[in-house]
Design a protein around this ligand. Sequence first.
Ligand code: ADP
Ligand code: 5GP
Length: 212
Amino acid sequence: MVLIRALSRLAAAAMAGPRPVVLSGPSGAGKSTLLKMLLRDHEGTFGFSVSHTTRNPRPGEANGKDYHFVTREEMQRGIDNGEFLEHAVFSGNMYGTSKSAVRDVQARNQICILDIDMQGVKSIKKTDLNPIYISIQPPSVDILEKRLRDRKTESEESLQKRLKAAREDIAISKEHGLFDSVVINDDLEEAYTNLKKSLAQEIEKAQKAKDS
Ligand code: ADP
Ligand code: 5GP
């Protein structure tokens, strides 16, 4: 009986297509930068799970591409209707992954990438999504602060909130077994190479599925 259950789980996993990938880590660690490099170099292999947020768009961000920018009321209604896989409040704004964001990418047989905070990681662990968990970490809090300041997207208040969350994130990400890989983003090209190494098996699987 146990063997049959284990075999049927394996069969289900084999039929389910490529495993999703969770990218987490402090704000400013370089998640979006590395993600854009992955999407650029592996066109059609990866698909981004477009989250919902109540924060304001930054210059250059497009609604429906970077985020679904919504009001608190709209977001809360979606949560109440059970439309979200997970949601969290980060730096005073609501963020969440809708079930359809993930479903849309998986329907295209692409590796679905979720860029989510630590609360999101903990929530996703309670679902049956079964992703690969990767943490992107800065070399130090000082360097993180410099990168966030140089990015010029945050008010002083938002920056301080992000740095506070970053200190907690850096400590928690060291917990054994929380992440499959931790990538330190010091030199960007080196971090990118290490990220690709962590994803090599899934990239190969997705490429084979595309070629067959
Ligand atoms: P996140 O998506 O994790 O919030 P970003 O990708 O926006 O972080 O990166 C934060 C800032 O740091 C951006 O301005 C980006 O250009 C810069 N950056 C990212 N990686 C590096 C790196 N390895 N060295 C120097 N600057 C970097
Ligand atoms: P930013 O405002 O810099 O785009 O994102 C702030 C933080 O929210 C980042 O750590 C990012 O990973 C996280 N985030 C973005 N979308 C989601 C989401 O759908 N769920 C959760 N839990 N966090 C998210």
